[in-house]
Design a binder for this molecule. Sequence first.
Ligand code: FES
Length: 192
Amino acid sequence: MADSSVTSPAFPGASGHAGHDAGKRDFLKLVTAAGAAIGVGAIAWPLIDSMNPSADVLALSSVEVDLTPVVEGQGITVVWRGKPIFVRHRTPAEIKEAQDVKMSDLIEPQPDSARVKAGHDQWIVLIGICTHLGCIPLGNKPTDPRGEWGGWFCPCHGSQYDTSGRVRHGPAPLNLNVPPYAFMSDTRVKIG
Ligand code: FES
């Protein structure tokens, strides 16, 4: 799913002087918005991290998540062992996109079936840490940019992930990692 507001700022009406100025203003707005997004991404993790319990408590912990309120197309972030975990309820179109991609198009080839649980492929569960330098990608909230492949977009240096959490545009070198998890029922998942 393309998100032209993030990946390719345009200069509408750039042929005339007034149009050019309007285009420049639009571009500046986009740059400002991008800067704000980077700021939020950069500060969010240390704040969350500082609220976490001590390391020995974290080492033992697992987290159970009730999936009932997470509607199709929506994602949530939970914290497990000090890491943000993305849990997204994929739409049928998002599942099909993830399944139909050619392995030769992938930076780190991995079929969608290897990244989800059989019988629960509407759910994707990922460690939400960019494999480039560790920022938290955007894409769980409906208002977030999700990048050209409809998954997650890392505002730090522009990496993009698809609806299976596989990297489709660098500089990130690897797919988002999948944590250990298991379904306790159709609406309850245990992470860790
Ligand atoms: S940390 Fe995500 S692109 Fe650099």
